[in-house]
Design a protein around this ligand. Structure first.
Ligand SMILES: [Cu+2]
Length: 118
């Protein structure tokens, strides 16, 4: 019965649309930012309090840079992690967080750095 299947799929879609997962509201640097100064920190602001489970900084060659990040059990809307001075190049920030609804969310923020006069 095709109609039954369509109705079932439609109700599944409606049900999942009603669940709002916690997401990233804003980041500094922003995704796609082209910076002229090495950012002192990365700031992630979420739509609701989350536990930041992991944060990695990767350069264009795929190397992971050492960060002073340790996961903390406290949930916050805003997470800030200090960055070391960065060389010119492009970077990816890969974050994973656990939302209040128990769902894991993750994302990537890319930015590039080209310091003037260097
Ligand atoms: Cu969720």
């Amino acid at each position: 019965m095709k109609l039954k299947l369509i109705l079932m799929l439609a109700s599944l879609l409606l049900a999942s649309a009603g669940l709002a997962h916690t997401g990233l509201a804003h980041s500094t640097p922003e995704n796609g930012a082209q910076l002229q100064q090495s950012p002192a920190s990365i700031e992630l602001e979420f739509t609701a309090a989350v536990m930041l489970a992991s944060l990695q900084l990767e350069d264009a060659d795929g190397n992971h840079l050492e960060l002073q990040f340790k996961p903390r059990p406290a949930a916050n809307e805003m997470h800030r992690v200090d960055l070391p001075p960065l060389a010119d190049g492009s970077y990816q920030v890969i974050w994973k967080a656990l939302g209040a609804d128990g769902h894991a969310v993750e994302g990537t923020i890319g930015f590039s750095l080209a310091a003037t006069g260097s």
